[in-house]
Structures are given as C-alpha cells and as structure tokens.
Design a protein around this ligand. Sequence first.
Ligand code: FPP
Length: 233
Amino acid sequence: MADTTKNNPTGPRHIAFIMDGNGRWAKERGLPREHGHRFGVKAFRAVLDHCATLDIDAVTFYAFSTENWKRPKREVNAILRLMDSYLAECEKKIDDYAFRIVFLGDKAPFEGARRTRMERLEAHTRTRRRILNIALNYGGRDELVHACNLLLASGKNTVTAADIEGALYTKDSPPLDLIVRTGGDLRISNFLLWQAAYAELYFTDILWPDFGPAEVDAAIAEFHQRKRRFGGV
Ligand code: FPP
C-alpha cells in the first residue's frame, strides 16, 4: 500500500464509512447475501488503498455492529471468516502495511486465534502514524457505556468531555470530519455517536460493493463545499 502523497491539503483528516448495501447488491444478482459481503471486501480494499494515496490521517470502517449478531448464523460466520482472511493477509505483509490498525469495539466475544491475531496486529502497528480503525462488534452506545465504566473504575465521580474522549475506542484518532454511508438509508445506525457531533454526513444510494475511489473523491469534493461552523457563525 502506498504511503501518503500529501494531495489532500484541506482535509478531511478522518473519514468513516458505513458500508451498507452488500445484501441488496447480492439479491439483485440472485446471489446469497454472503457473496455481497465478499464483494464488499473488494470495495473495502479499493477504498482503503485509495485513502492511502490521499493525505488522510485516519480512516474508519463499520465492519460489524453490536446488533449484527442478530443476523443468521451463516451470514455472521461468513463476515467473520472474511475478516479472518483479511487479517491473516495483513499479518503476512505487516512490515509494509501503511496503517496502525485499531479495532473499535468490545473484543470479548472474540477468542482463540482470531483474538490473538487482532491483538498482535494492534501491537505490531502501534507506532505507525496513520490509523485504520476497523469497527468490529462496535456500537456507539456501547462505546459510551464502556467509556463511563472505565472512568468510574479509575475513581472519577465527575468527568469532562476530554475525559470521555480519552476513554473512547477512537482516543488516538483525530476528530472525525466526514461520515460516508452507502446504500441509500439516511441514518447513523449507532456509529460513532460522540465523534459524529460535528462530522459532515454524506449519503449515497450506491450499494457498497459498487462504491470505489471515484465515489470517495466525490464525497471529498462535496465535503469541500460544506461550510463548517462548529456551532459558530
Ligand atoms: C451492511 O450491508 C454490511 C455489513 C453489516 C457487513 C460489512 C462487512 C464487510 C464488507 C466485510 C468486512 C470485512 C472486512 C475485511 C472489512 P447489509 O448486509 O446490511 O446490506 P443490505 O442493507 O443490502 O442488506
């Protein structure tokens, strides 16, 4: 993966993607939903590679939510297996990998080889500057509850916004600038609830497997048209 080429001087510094529409993409082709996720990984790779050529400090992907466990077991297993193969591949080329990998979410349900690999990837890439956040068993509400519990356990009984920020899974990422959601739905779906406070939102009807570098550029171009006031005038 190429390293940064400083060709994104006005931001966004941190983009997050809600990769929606894999199931519908497969259905339109008469394929099982799992195939949609397989092509979803292809799109993920293309988008990540493209982001690596831009001067972006952090990129976040919503891969599996705390609610996604409700899906049929076969689909859940298919998504986790896709994740396993991607992570195994990352591990093989870990020295060339451009990003620090951070998993957002509670790792408790992951055990054995999967858990070890997740922790190894985080540890081995810890000193890289740019961040790839993979939200896996992630929910925005769950993240806030987890942060509150961390702060209580540390002995605090009043907290500041900075304390909360420092207890989020995204504590090492720069502020979130842009959320891109594919698949046509106009909602946040429990993603980065705290971090979204002043992020720009970009929705497209394109289904995730059809999303790619040209659409990333379109979202960034739209971002540059927005007037960000952060509550000011
Ligand atoms: C939403 O589409 C997609 C997901 C819940 C899973 C996304 C996961 C991947 C693309 C694979 C993750 C793996 C890596 C390596 C990042 P949907 O199934 O809800 O689509 P629908 O709305 O059309 O049903």
